[in-house]
Design a protein around this ligand. Sequence first.
Ligand code: BGC
Length: 360
Amino acid sequence: MKRNSVYVLAALFLITLATSAFAQVQVGIVLPSKDEERWIQDQARFQDALKTAGISAEVLFSQGDSAKEKANVETLITKGIKVLVLCPVDSAAAAASADAAAKAKVKVVAYDRLITGTKNVDFYVTFDSFSVGAAWGKYLVSQLTGKNQNLYLYAGNNSDNNAFIFFEGAWSVLQPKIADGSFRIVNSDKAVAVQKKATLSRAEMGAIIGQVTTLWNPGEAKNKAEAHLTSAKAADKGVCYILGPNDQTARAIADVFAVDKDVKKYYITGQDAEKVSIQYIIDGKQSMTVLKDVRVLVADAIQVAITFAKGQKPAQTKTYPNGKIDVPAKPSDVTSVTKQNVKAAIVDSGYYPAKDFTGL
Ligand code: BGC
């Protein structure tokens, strides 16, 4: 079946559900920041899907501030929501919001990022984030030629549980190629210290992520990349393989590597299929991204909310430990996008229109 038909069917399914007893579902959605294309896109896709489904909902943004997030959640609880869909700024800090919601008998759905350290998370709507990291690793390995190649690691924010899962996925693919001497880690002595270990503890990953974090912020990513290239010797440059943690930060890092005269070629990963990064891929400035189809995540979240409103349990295929409980989840697949498949994966699939890009 064509992908577009799947979305039409999904929309019809939601309409059918919503026009029955569940039209009264009140859903509160809290997203981390308006400053990233990723979350603006989630908002837009939510608004489309909620309208189609006839569900009344409100979307609020936390602007990277856990206190604002908590206030948003309290506002929504006061308005009488039945289901909270929360993408936390900080996975641990959001436990207080989840607890407040549970106290008010509101079902809590962690959206994209897990809420940790509380039993009050009813479901986790997510992509398969391990596969996102593994896709980065596979891409970089697929471009490998020779031994002793320069590997630069960058990561998300330590306060986001996803940063660990992405890194874990990437490490699972990269580590054997570090251990056999194909890659040489240039910019993290914390990673070098554990490079013989196939799997890392949370504390070991935390130390590496802490060292090479972008804080999910392009300014921080740029500063780190500049500092790394300033201290790198010419031999640490040449051809560079770069683990870019998401599109926004990957572009910031790529721009720094692109202007260094000792960098002859670089490969860099990303995720989110942001429009600007799709253009970067077409132009050869970013090597790949991972498409996480937000339409799927949004449809999943709405379906979970409706299921909870019916007093039923959503279907699950997996659980994620959050430090207190194993949270039920049904992670969605992701797609690697390179210059080779960008037209098929992004335009022909109907994700973005061709007119948004030049040179396709
Ligand atoms: C999301 C990514 C996003 C990043 C920064 C992660 O938790 O999964 O899609 O790029 O946060 O906002």
